[in-house]
Design a protein around this ligand. Structure first.
Ligand code: ADP
Length: 321
């Protein structure tokens, strides 16, 4: 059985990471393990920046966004020298295994470490939901709620002024947030990277058609992978005559108190990760599939493609007119 494990958060932060850290620390302590909290992702691992955590180190964090361990990106870790430094620190500290909470970039690091003899279990912590093996990632539900709340506010003012709001939401290369937030907010058009679009047909003509049926205010939801919302707003105003404003929601989407769904997901995943490490199992990604917590080989998980539900897109287009 593993006696000492480490936990770190890496890449873009996401609400619910703290709940995952809490579950890892508590589950590890309950098994009598020594649990190190590693600061600033792989940087802290290479630089030996960590502290021993106990049951009380993770009190009062389940409700907090961000990550008490801080997060970072590190180019050094991608080099052989960086990897060797990380392995050396693990050996010196007696760390038998690691829990890595992050996105697919962080998973690649966890895969490399596992293949070099430090077993890692990776948890999907990202608001983007862009992990192929997983139905939902830690932080996605909270980000969706935040977007919905923000767009509802924008909608109030577009309604008062007969305007069009062109809203850019996050998601990196994936359109999950834009598609589902677009449905939740009743967006007239949704532009996501998975579906090719024609601006004239899919935005201008749709707006004009709804205008003819009496609609006077609009929300257009655009994924950050497409971007260009300022130019879009200008073009919409010019071609439809509807006063248009662009809003980039930005990092507001990454913060805030996690939803119940994210807290529960993070707790289940963190607990599962420790049970794997307890049995000496590494090189795994923990995922949720049809409400069940499962795990996959990291290499296989990274090869799984994201698949957006195109029927959902079709439905959104039919009912948002
Ligand atoms: P995320 O985990 O949110 O996808 P990044 O893609 O920035 O974020 O990855 C986080 C960190 O993981 C990087 O800064 C780097 O240290 C490490 N990483 C990313 N890609 C690789 C890779 N191919 N090999 C090893 N480490 C990687």
């Amino acid at each position: 059985m593993m006696k000492t494990i480490g936990v770190l958060t890496s890449g873009g932060d996401a609400p619910g990471m703290n709940a995952a850290i809490r579950a890892v620390v508590r589950a590890g302590c309950e098994l009598g393990m020594k649990v190190y909290g590693i600061r600033r992702g792989y940087n802290g691992l290479m630089e030996n920046d960590m502290y021993e955590m106990n049951l009380r180190s993770v009190s009062d964090i389940i409700n907090r966004g961000g990550t008490i361990l801080y997060s970072a990106r590190s180019d050094r870790f991608k080099t052989d020298e960086g990897m060797q430094a990380a392995i050396r620190v693990c050996r010196e500290r007696g760390i038998d295994g690691l829990v890595v909470i992050g996105g697919d970039g962080s998973f690649r690091g966890a895969r490399d470490l596992s293949l070099k003899g430090i077993p890692c279990v990776a948890l999907p912590g990202t608001i983007d939901n862009d992990i192929g093996c997983c139905d939902a990632t830690i932080g996605y539900d909270t980000a969706m709620e935040t977007i919905m709340e923000m767009v509802d506010r924008i909608r109030d003012t577009t309604e008062s002024h007969d305007r069009c709001a062109v809203v850019e939401v996050m998601g990196r290369g994936a359109g999950y947030l834009a598609l589902n937030a677009g449905i939740a907010c009743g967006a007239t058009s949704i532009l996501i990277p998975e579906v090719p679009y024609d601006f004239e047909r899919d935005v201008i003509q749709r707006m004009m058609r709804t205008q003819r049926s009496g609609k006077v205010h609009f929300v257009i939801m655009v994924s950050e992978a497409i971007g260009g919302v300022a130019e879009m707003a200008k073009r919409i105003q010019k071609e439809t005559g509807v006063e248009s404003r662009a809003t980039v929601l930005g990092h507001v989407q990454r913060g805030g108190s996690p939803t119940a769904r994210d807290r529960i997901l993070a707790s289940r995943m963190g607990y599962h990760a420790v049970q794997l490490l307890k049995d000496g199992i590494g090189n795994r990604v923990v995922a949720i599939k049809k409400e069940e917590i499962v795990d996959y080989d990291i290499v296989e998980a990274l090869a799984m493609e994201n698949s957006i539900d195109l029927d959902m897109y079709k439905m959104a287009m039919e009912i948002s007119i």
